[in-house]
Design a protein around this ligand. Structure first.
Ligand SMILES: NC(=O)c1ccc[n+]([C@@H]2O[C@H](COP(=O)([O-])OP(=O)(O)OC[C@H]3O[C@@H](n4cnc5c(N)ncnc54)[C@H](O)[C@@H]3O)[C@@H](O)[C@H]2O)c1
Ligand SMILES: [Zn+2]
Ligand SMILES: [Zn+2]
Length: 380
Protein backbone atom coordinates (compact mmCIF):
# COMPACT_ATOMS: atom_id res chain seq x y z
CA UNK A 1 0.00 0.00 0.00
CA UNK A 2 0.99 3.65 -0.29
CA UNK A 3 1.62 5.49 2.98
CA UNK A 4 3.00 8.76 4.23
CA UNK A 5 6.36 8.07 5.88
CA UNK A 6 8.40 10.28 8.23
CA UNK A 7 12.08 10.61 7.31
CA UNK A 8 13.07 13.41 9.73
CA UNK A 9 12.03 17.00 10.47
CA UNK A 10 10.42 18.63 7.42
CA UNK A 11 11.05 15.43 5.44
CA UNK A 12 8.15 13.23 4.57
CA UNK A 13 7.58 10.98 1.59
CA UNK A 14 5.03 8.57 0.25
CA UNK A 15 6.41 5.04 0.18
CA UNK A 16 5.29 1.48 -0.35
CA UNK A 17 4.55 -0.35 2.92
CA UNK A 18 2.97 -3.68 3.77
CA UNK A 19 -0.78 -3.57 4.37
CA UNK A 20 -1.15 -3.85 8.17
CA UNK A 21 -2.27 -7.21 9.55
CA UNK A 22 -4.61 -8.18 12.34
CA UNK A 23 -2.33 -8.45 15.38
CA UNK A 24 -4.96 -8.90 18.07
CA UNK A 25 -8.42 -10.51 17.93
CA UNK A 26 -10.11 -7.14 18.45
CA UNK A 27 -8.25 -5.35 15.65
CA UNK A 28 -9.80 -4.17 12.42
CA UNK A 29 -8.02 -3.12 9.27
CA UNK A 30 -9.61 -0.04 7.75
CA UNK A 31 -9.18 1.09 4.15
CA UNK A 32 -8.80 4.84 4.52
CA UNK A 33 -11.00 6.96 2.29
CA UNK A 34 -10.25 10.40 3.75
CA UNK A 35 -7.59 11.60 6.16
CA UNK A 36 -6.68 15.10 7.33
CA UNK A 37 -3.57 16.89 8.45
CA UNK A 38 -3.95 18.29 11.97
CA UNK A 39 -2.08 21.15 13.63
CA UNK A 40 -0.70 18.47 15.94
CA UNK A 41 0.92 16.75 12.94
CA UNK A 42 2.92 19.92 12.45
CA UNK A 43 4.58 19.42 15.85
CA UNK A 44 5.73 16.00 14.56
CA UNK A 45 6.71 17.41 11.17
CA UNK A 46 8.81 20.09 12.87
CA UNK A 47 10.58 17.50 15.01
CA UNK A 48 9.11 18.89 18.26
CA UNK A 49 7.69 15.63 19.56
CA UNK A 50 10.02 13.23 21.40
CA UNK A 51 10.49 9.72 20.03
CA UNK A 52 9.11 10.34 16.58
CA UNK A 53 10.74 7.46 14.75
CA UNK A 54 11.87 7.45 11.16
CA UNK A 55 9.67 5.20 9.03
CA UNK A 56 6.44 5.81 10.94
CA UNK A 57 3.20 6.95 9.32
CA UNK A 58 1.32 9.91 10.78
CA UNK A 59 -2.39 10.60 10.65
CA UNK A 60 -4.90 10.55 13.50
CA UNK A 61 -7.86 12.13 11.73
CA UNK A 62 -9.37 9.68 9.25
CA UNK A 63 -12.41 7.75 8.09
CA UNK A 64 -12.65 4.65 5.94
CA UNK A 65 -14.23 1.33 5.15
CA UNK A 66 -13.69 -1.80 7.22
CA UNK A 67 -11.50 -4.16 5.19
CA UNK A 68 -10.89 -6.99 7.66
CA UNK A 69 -11.90 -7.75 11.25
CA UNK A 70 -10.30 -9.85 13.97
CA UNK A 71 -12.21 -12.86 15.35
CA UNK A 72 -13.52 -11.09 18.47
CA UNK A 73 -14.85 -7.95 16.75
CA UNK A 74 -18.63 -7.73 17.23
CA UNK A 75 -19.61 -4.16 16.45
CA UNK A 76 -18.12 -3.84 12.96
CA UNK A 77 -18.32 -5.87 9.77
CA UNK A 78 -16.35 -5.80 6.55
CA UNK A 79 -17.71 -3.03 4.32
CA UNK A 80 -18.92 -0.74 7.13
CA UNK A 81 -18.11 2.96 6.66
CA UNK A 82 -16.48 4.05 9.88
CA UNK A 83 -15.19 7.16 11.58
CA UNK A 84 -12.33 6.54 13.97
CA UNK A 85 -11.64 8.88 16.90
CA UNK A 86 -8.02 9.97 17.13
CA UNK A 87 -7.65 8.34 20.55
CA UNK A 88 -6.92 4.66 20.94
CA UNK A 89 -8.44 3.46 24.21
CA UNK A 90 -9.67 0.33 25.94
CA UNK A 91 -13.00 1.61 27.28
CA UNK A 92 -12.71 -0.34 30.52
CA UNK A 93 -9.75 0.91 32.59
CA UNK A 94 -10.11 3.28 35.56
CA UNK A 95 -9.65 6.35 33.32
CA UNK A 96 -11.83 5.20 30.42
CA UNK A 97 -14.65 4.48 32.88
CA UNK A 98 -14.46 8.15 33.88
CA UNK A 99 -14.73 9.16 30.21
CA UNK A 100 -11.05 10.11 30.08
CA UNK A 101 -10.51 8.18 26.85
CA UNK A 102 -7.47 10.24 25.95
CA UNK A 103 -5.81 9.12 29.20
CA UNK A 104 -6.43 5.37 28.81
CA UNK A 105 -4.05 3.32 30.92
CA UNK A 106 -3.91 0.22 28.72
CA UNK A 107 -2.78 1.35 25.29
CA UNK A 108 0.55 3.07 25.77
CA UNK A 109 3.51 1.73 27.75
CA UNK A 110 4.43 5.39 28.46
CA UNK A 111 0.93 6.16 29.69
CA UNK A 112 1.79 8.36 32.65
CA UNK A 113 -0.07 11.17 30.88
CA UNK A 114 -1.49 10.66 27.41
CA UNK A 115 -2.94 7.35 26.22
CA UNK A 116 -2.75 6.13 22.63
CA UNK A 117 -2.99 8.31 19.54
CA UNK A 118 -2.78 7.05 15.94
CA UNK A 119 0.37 8.10 14.13
CA UNK A 120 1.64 10.25 16.97
CA UNK A 121 5.10 8.91 17.82
CA UNK A 122 6.15 6.31 20.35
CA UNK A 123 5.39 8.85 23.08
CA UNK A 124 1.73 8.15 22.28
CA UNK A 125 2.00 4.40 21.90
CA UNK A 126 3.88 3.98 18.61
CA UNK A 127 0.82 3.23 16.47
CA UNK A 128 0.96 3.88 12.74
CA UNK A 129 -1.60 6.41 11.53
CA UNK A 130 -4.16 6.86 8.81
CA UNK A 131 -2.35 8.98 6.23
CA UNK A 132 -2.10 5.79 4.23
CA UNK A 133 -4.29 3.49 2.18
CA UNK A 134 -4.84 1.15 5.13
CA UNK A 135 -4.52 1.43 8.90
CA UNK A 136 -4.73 -1.02 11.78
CA UNK A 137 -7.45 -0.02 14.23
CA UNK A 138 -6.88 -1.69 17.62
CA UNK A 139 -9.79 -2.19 20.03
CA UNK A 140 -12.11 -1.98 17.07
CA UNK A 141 -15.23 -2.54 19.20
CA UNK A 142 -14.46 0.55 21.29
CA UNK A 143 -13.33 3.55 19.24
CA UNK A 144 -14.84 3.52 15.75
CA UNK A 145 -18.50 4.18 14.97
CA UNK A 146 -20.41 3.47 11.79
CA UNK A 147 -20.91 6.76 9.95
CA UNK A 148 -24.61 7.62 10.24
CA UNK A 149 -26.65 7.68 7.06
CA UNK A 150 -26.68 11.13 5.52
CA UNK A 151 -23.57 12.42 7.27
CA UNK A 152 -21.14 13.89 4.73
CA UNK A 153 -17.75 12.15 4.63
CA UNK A 154 -15.87 15.37 5.29
CA UNK A 155 -18.05 16.23 8.29
CA UNK A 156 -17.48 12.73 9.68
CA UNK A 157 -13.75 13.18 9.11
CA UNK A 158 -13.64 16.43 11.10
CA UNK A 159 -15.53 14.81 13.96
CA UNK A 160 -12.60 12.46 14.51
CA UNK A 161 -10.44 15.33 15.82
CA UNK A 162 -10.59 19.05 14.94
CA UNK A 163 -14.33 19.55 15.45
CA UNK A 164 -14.52 17.36 18.56
CA UNK A 165 -11.49 19.15 20.00
CA UNK A 166 -12.84 22.64 19.36
CA UNK A 167 -16.16 21.67 20.92
CA UNK A 168 -14.41 20.07 23.88
CA UNK A 169 -12.31 23.24 24.27
CA UNK A 170 -15.48 25.28 24.62
CA UNK A 171 -16.95 22.71 27.02
CA UNK A 172 -13.91 22.89 29.29
CA UNK A 173 -14.38 26.66 29.41
CA UNK A 174 -17.55 26.05 31.48
CA UNK A 175 -19.18 28.89 29.57
CA UNK A 176 -22.10 30.53 31.38
CA UNK A 177 -24.76 32.38 29.40
CA UNK A 178 -23.52 35.81 28.34
CA UNK A 179 -19.84 35.09 28.93
CA UNK A 180 -17.15 36.80 26.91
CA UNK A 181 -14.96 34.12 25.37
CA UNK A 182 -11.55 34.82 23.84
CA UNK A 183 -10.02 32.19 21.56
CA UNK A 184 -6.31 32.32 20.77
CA UNK A 185 -5.61 30.68 17.41
CA UNK A 186 -7.79 30.72 14.29
CA UNK A 187 -6.77 27.31 13.00
CA UNK A 188 -9.34 24.53 12.70
CA UNK A 189 -9.40 23.94 16.47
CA UNK A 190 -9.81 27.63 17.29
CA UNK A 191 -12.48 28.13 14.63
CA UNK A 192 -14.50 25.20 15.94
CA UNK A 193 -14.00 26.31 19.55
CA UNK A 194 -15.24 29.81 18.70
CA UNK A 195 -18.26 28.46 16.86
CA UNK A 196 -19.00 26.03 19.69
CA UNK A 197 -18.81 28.81 22.29
CA UNK A 198 -22.00 30.28 20.81
CA UNK A 199 -23.71 26.89 21.04
CA UNK A 200 -22.92 26.96 24.77
CA UNK A 201 -24.36 30.41 25.41
CA UNK A 202 -21.47 32.82 24.97
CA UNK A 203 -22.46 36.47 24.74
CA UNK A 204 -19.32 37.57 22.90
CA UNK A 205 -16.62 35.63 21.07
CA UNK A 206 -13.28 37.23 20.16
CA UNK A 207 -10.68 35.35 18.10
CA UNK A 208 -6.99 36.33 18.11
CA UNK A 209 -4.41 35.33 15.46
CA UNK A 210 -2.00 37.14 13.14
CA UNK A 211 -3.03 35.57 9.84
CA UNK A 212 -5.63 37.82 8.25
CA UNK A 213 -7.15 35.14 6.05
CA UNK A 214 -7.81 33.01 9.11
CA UNK A 215 -9.28 35.94 11.05
CA UNK A 216 -11.59 36.53 8.11
CA UNK A 217 -12.71 32.90 8.40
CA UNK A 218 -13.28 33.44 12.13
CA UNK A 219 -15.63 36.31 11.31
CA UNK A 220 -17.48 34.41 8.57
CA UNK A 221 -17.57 30.88 9.96
CA UNK A 222 -17.53 31.53 13.69
CA UNK A 223 -19.31 34.92 13.72
CA UNK A 224 -16.54 36.20 15.98
CA UNK A 225 -14.99 39.59 16.54
CA UNK A 226 -11.30 39.39 15.67
CA UNK A 227 -8.02 40.99 16.69
CA UNK A 228 -4.68 40.55 14.96
CA UNK A 229 -1.94 40.48 17.59
CA UNK A 230 0.57 42.03 15.21
CA UNK A 231 -1.66 45.03 14.60
CA UNK A 232 -1.84 46.13 18.24
CA UNK A 233 1.02 47.15 20.55
CA UNK A 234 0.03 44.85 23.34
CA UNK A 235 -2.59 42.18 22.78
CA UNK A 236 -3.30 41.74 26.50
CA UNK A 237 -3.95 45.45 26.96
CA UNK A 238 -6.13 45.48 23.84
CA UNK A 239 -8.24 42.59 25.14
CA UNK A 240 -8.55 44.24 28.55
CA UNK A 241 -9.69 47.44 26.85
CA UNK A 242 -12.33 45.47 24.96
CA UNK A 243 -13.61 43.74 28.11
CA UNK A 244 -14.30 46.67 30.50
CA UNK A 245 -10.74 46.32 31.79
CA UNK A 246 -11.73 43.20 33.71
CA UNK A 247 -10.67 40.58 31.21
CA UNK A 248 -12.54 37.78 29.44
CA UNK A 249 -14.60 35.28 31.43
CA UNK A 250 -13.17 32.37 29.48
CA UNK A 251 -10.04 32.05 27.35
CA UNK A 252 -9.37 29.10 25.07
CA UNK A 253 -5.79 28.38 23.96
CA UNK A 254 -6.03 26.79 20.51
CA UNK A 255 -2.40 27.51 19.64
CA UNK A 256 -0.08 25.32 21.67
CA UNK A 257 3.66 24.90 21.86
CA UNK A 258 4.68 26.61 18.64
CA UNK A 259 3.09 29.98 19.35
CA UNK A 260 4.44 33.08 17.65
CA UNK A 261 4.36 36.56 19.10
CA UNK A 262 7.54 36.58 21.18
CA UNK A 263 10.85 36.00 19.44
CA UNK A 264 12.83 34.96 22.53
CA UNK A 265 10.23 32.38 23.55
CA UNK A 266 9.93 31.12 20.00
CA UNK A 267 13.68 30.67 19.60
CA UNK A 268 14.34 29.07 22.99
CA UNK A 269 11.44 26.68 22.47
CA UNK A 270 11.25 25.84 18.78
CA UNK A 271 14.86 26.29 17.76
CA UNK A 272 16.97 25.35 20.75
CA UNK A 273 14.45 23.11 22.53
CA UNK A 274 15.30 24.71 25.88
CA UNK A 275 11.62 24.73 26.73
CA UNK A 276 8.85 22.18 26.21
CA UNK A 277 7.23 24.75 23.97
CA UNK A 278 6.67 28.44 23.44
CA UNK A 279 4.34 29.57 26.25
CA UNK A 280 3.32 32.82 24.51
CA UNK A 281 -0.33 31.99 23.88
CA UNK A 282 -0.73 30.38 27.29
CA UNK A 283 0.75 33.42 29.03
CA UNK A 284 -1.48 35.75 27.01
CA UNK A 285 -4.42 33.60 28.12
CA UNK A 286 -3.36 33.90 31.78
CA UNK A 287 -2.98 37.67 31.42
CA UNK A 288 -6.16 38.36 29.47
CA UNK A 289 -8.67 36.28 31.42
CA UNK A 290 -10.35 38.01 34.35
CA UNK A 291 -9.57 37.10 37.96
CA UNK A 292 -11.42 33.90 38.86
CA UNK A 293 -11.88 33.08 35.16
CA UNK A 294 -11.30 29.84 33.29
CA UNK A 295 -8.64 28.90 30.77
CA UNK A 296 -9.21 25.92 28.54
CA UNK A 297 -6.02 24.64 26.95
CA UNK A 298 -6.52 22.67 23.72
CA UNK A 299 -3.16 23.68 22.22
CA UNK A 300 -0.64 20.89 22.66
CA UNK A 301 2.45 21.26 24.86
CA UNK A 302 5.44 19.03 25.48
CA UNK A 303 6.13 17.66 28.94
CA UNK A 304 9.17 19.82 29.77
CA UNK A 305 9.36 23.02 31.76
CA UNK A 306 8.30 26.17 29.95
CA UNK A 307 8.30 29.74 31.25
CA UNK A 308 4.58 29.72 32.02
CA UNK A 309 3.31 32.47 34.32
CA UNK A 310 1.95 30.00 36.77
CA UNK A 311 2.27 32.35 39.73
CA UNK A 312 -0.07 34.82 38.07
CA UNK A 313 -2.52 32.03 37.30
CA UNK A 314 -2.41 31.00 40.95
CA UNK A 315 -2.80 34.48 42.36
CA UNK A 316 -5.65 35.34 39.99
CA UNK A 317 -7.59 32.29 41.17
CA UNK A 318 -7.85 30.83 37.70
CA UNK A 319 -9.28 27.50 36.77
CA UNK A 320 -7.11 25.84 34.14
CA UNK A 321 -8.66 22.90 32.31
CA UNK A 322 -6.81 20.82 29.76
CA UNK A 323 -6.63 17.51 27.94
CA UNK A 324 -6.34 15.80 24.64
CA UNK A 325 -9.97 15.65 23.58
CA UNK A 326 -11.81 12.37 24.17
CA UNK A 327 -13.22 12.76 20.67
CA UNK A 328 -15.97 10.16 20.73
CA UNK A 329 -17.54 11.66 23.84
CA UNK A 330 -18.54 14.74 21.83
CA UNK A 331 -20.09 12.84 18.92
CA UNK A 332 -23.75 12.61 20.03
CA UNK A 333 -24.09 16.38 20.56
CA UNK A 334 -22.07 17.24 17.45
CA UNK A 335 -24.25 14.97 15.33
CA UNK A 336 -27.34 16.72 16.64
CA UNK A 337 -25.91 20.11 15.72
CA UNK A 338 -24.89 18.97 12.23
CA UNK A 339 -28.13 17.16 11.50
CA UNK A 340 -30.15 20.15 12.71
CA UNK A 341 -28.23 22.34 10.26
CA UNK A 342 -26.63 24.46 12.97
CA UNK A 343 -23.12 23.53 11.92
CA UNK A 344 -21.40 22.64 8.64
CA UNK A 345 -17.89 21.62 9.70
CA UNK A 346 -16.58 21.04 6.18
CA UNK A 347 -16.89 24.77 5.47
CA UNK A 348 -13.40 25.22 6.93
CA UNK A 349 -11.71 22.84 4.46
CA UNK A 350 -9.49 24.71 2.03
CA UNK A 351 -7.47 21.98 0.31
CA UNK A 352 -8.04 18.46 -0.97
CA UNK A 353 -4.82 16.69 -1.93
CA UNK A 354 -4.16 13.12 -3.10
CA UNK A 355 -2.09 10.99 -0.71
CA UNK A 356 0.66 10.82 -3.32
CA UNK A 357 1.21 14.60 -2.89
CA UNK A 358 0.86 14.74 0.88
CA UNK A 359 4.31 16.35 1.26
CA UNK A 360 2.91 19.42 -0.51
CA UNK A 361 -0.01 19.37 1.92
CA UNK A 362 2.34 19.45 4.90
CA UNK A 363 4.40 22.23 3.39
CA UNK A 364 1.36 24.40 2.58
CA UNK A 365 -0.12 23.93 6.03
CA UNK A 366 3.15 24.37 7.91
CA UNK A 367 4.10 27.56 6.06
CA UNK A 368 0.46 28.72 6.02
CA UNK A 369 0.60 29.23 2.23
CA UNK A 370 -2.27 29.57 -0.23
CA UNK A 371 -4.68 30.56 2.57
CA UNK A 372 -4.49 27.05 3.93
CA UNK A 373 -6.71 26.25 6.90
CA UNK A 374 -7.53 22.55 6.66
CA UNK A 375 -6.25 19.96 4.22
CA UNK A 376 -8.01 16.73 3.43
CA UNK A 377 -6.01 13.85 2.00
CA UNK A 378 -7.80 11.71 -0.53
CA UNK A 379 -6.99 8.11 -1.44
CA UNK A 380 -8.03 6.18 -4.53
N1 LIG B 1 -6.15 18.84 22.78
C1 LIG B 1 -6.39 18.13 21.69
O1 LIG B 1 -7.03 17.09 21.74
C2 LIG B 1 -5.91 18.62 20.37
C3 LIG B 1 -6.46 18.11 19.21
C4 LIG B 1 -6.10 18.69 17.99
C5 LIG B 1 -5.17 19.70 17.98
N2 LIG B 1 -4.62 20.13 19.13
C6 LIG B 1 -3.66 21.25 19.17
O2 LIG B 1 -4.38 22.44 18.96
C7 LIG B 1 -3.52 23.41 18.39
C8 LIG B 1 -4.19 24.03 17.17
O3 LIG B 1 -4.42 23.06 16.16
P1 LIG B 1 -4.86 23.53 14.70
O4 LIG B 1 -5.09 22.32 13.88
O5 LIG B 1 -5.93 24.54 14.80
O6 LIG B 1 -3.46 24.19 14.23
P2 LIG B 1 -3.04 25.43 13.29
O7 LIG B 1 -1.57 25.41 13.19
O8 LIG B 1 -3.83 25.40 12.02
O9 LIG B 1 -3.52 26.72 14.10
C9 LIG B 1 -2.76 27.42 15.04
C10 LIG B 1 -3.05 28.90 14.86
O10 LIG B 1 -2.45 29.63 15.95
C11 LIG B 1 -1.98 30.87 15.42
N3 LIG B 1 -1.05 31.45 16.39
C12 LIG B 1 0.30 31.27 16.51
N4 LIG B 1 0.76 31.95 17.58
C13 LIG B 1 -0.32 32.59 18.14
C14 LIG B 1 -0.49 33.43 19.28
N5 LIG B 1 0.54 33.74 20.06
N6 LIG B 1 -1.73 33.89 19.54
C15 LIG B 1 -2.80 33.57 18.76
N7 LIG B 1 -2.69 32.76 17.67
C16 LIG B 1 -1.47 32.27 17.38
C17 LIG B 1 -1.39 30.47 14.09
O11 LIG B 1 -1.21 31.59 13.25
C18 LIG B 1 -2.43 29.48 13.58
O12 LIG B 1 -3.44 30.13 12.83
C19 LIG B 1 -2.21 22.68 18.08
O13 LIG B 1 -1.30 22.90 19.14
C20 LIG B 1 -2.62 21.23 18.09
O14 LIG B 1 -1.54 20.39 18.44
C21 LIG B 1 -4.97 19.61 20.32
ZN1 LIG C 1 -5.03 16.30 15.98
ZN1 LIG D 1 -8.67 2.57 29.06
Amino acid sequence: MRAMVYRGPYKIRVEEKDIPKIEHPNDAIVRVTRAAICGSDLHLYHGMMPDTRVGTTFGHEFIGVVHEVGPSVENLAVGDRVMVPFNIYCGTCYFCRKGLYSNCHNVNPNATAVGGIYGYSHTCGGYDGGQAEFVRVPLADVGPSIIPEGLHDEDALLMTDALATGYFGAQLGDIVEGDTVVVFGAGPVGLFAARSAWLMGAGRVIVVDHLDYRLQKAREFAFAETVSFTEVDDIVLELKKQTDWLGADVVIDAVGAEADGNLVQHITAAKFKLQGGSPVALNWAIDSVRKGGTISVMGAYGPLFSAVKFGDAMNKGLTIRTNQAPAKRQWPRLLEHIQAGRLSPRDIITHRIPLEHIADGYHLFSAKLDNCIKTVITTN
